[in-house]
Design a protein. Structure first.
Length: 78
């Protein structure tokens, strides 16, 4: 099974150990779950963005008083 060595400063390691303890996990399990959780989060965000893009036209027709399409870019950046 692949593994990974990761270096932390003393302060960083103290924080990571505290976070693992707060979740009741070993350091190894906490770091494993953290990576997997981030991967799942990115997949969810990409799916949600694709879903919103597919429905954008329908939303614009149903709610014409909302942010016009030309104004979305600046509003999303805020």
């Amino acid at each position: 099974m692949p593994s990974l060595n990761v270096s932390f400063s003393d302060e960083e390691m103290e924080g990571v150990r505290a976070s693992a303890a707060a979740e009741g996990k070993s350091l190894k399990q906490y770091l494993h779950d953290l990576g997997v959780r981030e991967s799942h989060r990115k997949q969810f965000v990409a799916g949600a963005a694709a879903w919103a893009d597919r429905l954008r036209g329908e939303f614009d027709e149903a709610f014409p008083e909302e942010i016009p399409p030309s104004g979305r870019g600046s509003a999303a950046a805020a």
